[in-house]
Write a protein that binds this ligand. Structure first.
Ligand code: 6GU
Length: 250
């Protein structure tokens, strides 16, 4: 999987890409992150990449010419097929979720444009980007951190990036439910004990407990998620019981 990132601040990516899982994935050749400085495509003496909005108003906008040139140059030099997604990172985009991440993980290449938060010339949206993505309802100084979030989430789904031991399969959001509570040693810490069932060795009971705790936590913290998840009759009865005895609000 190759990510082609167009940014005014390539340095922002160095830290996250040089540590832990992503660094290893790059080392193993499972993912590639090519950083392109948009400023390299500015053609005036001052290497201008932004300008004032027509009609007035606060903030500067990204100019179209350097971004179009930078994108076209990436398509050409990497021989990208025309259908390669060009994603503009912007707070106005559709909100990223695991479903979108799973879809993007099926692509061979992604071109990612990091907008600055004041905005971009509308022609970039209309005639260059094929998709616009936001990572949530808050404002960042630029699209770089959002792009890094996207790259991390997508990379985890590339085969081999996350080891089978740390498998992404039962992560919160992959199952559609929040993850159940987890414990490690010691079995008692400052008087707080690990639930007995987890020490019981009874795997069927442990799975049942985990499912219920996932349901409980999701019902309590993210009830909106329950409508999109497949529930068994037993799941439904459990949730019903939570609502009746008030445990879900405890
Ligand atoms: Cl993609 N960009 C900016 N600037 N702010 C954001 C965002 C993106 N997603 C959430 N907030």
């Amino acid at each position: 999987m190759r990510f082609h990132v167009l940014t005014l601040f390539p340095g922002i990516f160095q830290g996250p890409l040089s540590e832990s899982i992503l660094s290893r994935a790059i080392g193993k050749g499972l993912i590639e992150v090519a950083l392109h400085d948009i400023r390299d495509q500015a053609d005036d003496r001052h290497r201008t990449v932004d300008d004032y909005p027509f009609g007035g108003g606060a903030g500067m906008l990204m100019k179209p010419e350097p971004l179009f040139k930078a994108t076209e140059s990436v398509f050409e030099s990497a021989s990208l097929p025309a259908e390669t997604p060009v994603i503009l990172m912007t707070p106005q985009g559709r909100k990223l979720d695991q479903r979108i991440v799973e879809d993007l993980a099926t692509k061979k290449d992604l071109v990612i444009i990091c907008g600055r938060y004041e905005g971009v010339d509308e022609r970039i949206r209309e005639h260059l980007a094929t998709d616009e993505i936001s990572i949530g309802d808050y404002v960042l100084s630029g699209g770089e951190l959002a792009a890094m979030v996207l790259i991390d989430a997508v990379s985890r789904l590339v085969p081999g990036v996350v080891g089978s031991m740390e498998s992404a399969l039962d992560d919160s959001h992959t199952t559609g439910l929040l993850q159940h509570p987890q414990y490690t040693r010691p079995a008692e810490f400052r008087g707080w004990s690990v639930p007995d069932v987890l020490l019981s060795g009874n795997h069927a009971e442990i799975e049942r407990w985990r499912r219920r705790e996932s349901l409980r936590r999701t019902a309590l913290r993210r009830p909106d998620m329950l409508k999109d998840v497949e529930l068994t009759e037993e799941d439904r009865r459990f949730i019903q019981g939570l609502q009746e005895d008030g445990t879900a609000t405890a």
